[in-house]
Design a protein around this ligand. Structure first.
Ligand code: OFO
Length: 170
């Protein structure tokens, strides 16, 4: 692989693991609030983030690149309301999208087309993750202040089913 691409992919492992850590912190927030459906939704999200980390990990190994595992930053969920937490989730997904886009741009500039092809799945996935996060923000904005609606929304989120990634490396 070329130039700085392996290093950027290596850093993305850490960002995905941090995403899982952040969402587990969100789980903690919602468990404290008694919103177990929200907690479940973010627990599934955390599982997906660990899957993403492993895809980058496997891709580097598959390309005979060494991996350095760095410390994972401590998540700080200081938000006071459910709305602020789901908004923080959306902002985090936008940050991850920008990070994937940066790697994509570097790989394209280096003519590392194997990596751009690998990243195509993540470009699409980030579109879905942002849409899901945005949808959640909208629902909490619309229904979060009404207890009956919040109860139904919590039940809806509690029905989220974990699905393993459709991307396979190797
Ligand atoms: Fe890994 O997609 Fe969210 O962060």
């Amino acid at each position: 692989m070329k130039q700085k691409i392996p290093q950027m992919l290596n850093e993305q492992i850490n960002k995905e693991l941090f995403s899982a850590y952040l969402y587990l912190d969100f789980v903690n927030f919602f468990v404290q609030k008694g919103l177990m459906g929200f907690a479940h939704w973010y627990r599934v999200q955390a599982q997906e983030e660990r899957d993403h980390a492993m895809l980058f990990y496997d891709y580097l190994h598959h390309n005979n690149e060494n991996i350095t595992l760095d410390a994972i930053e401590k998540p700080e969920t200081t938000q006071q309301t459910s709305l602020d937490v789901v908004r923080a989730g959306l902002a985090h997904e936008e940050f991850i999208t920008a990070s994937i886009d940066d790697i994509y741009a570097a790989a394209l500039a280096a003519k590392d087309f194997r990596t751009t092809q690998f990243l195509d799945w993540f470009v699409k996935e980030q579109g879905e993750e942002e849409a899901n996060a945005n949808d959640l923000v909208t629902k909490v904005e619309l229904f979060g202040a009404d207890p009956k609606s919040l109860y139904l929304l919590d039940a809806e989120l509690g029905a989220r089913v974990y699905a393993p990634p459709t991307l396979v490396v190797g």
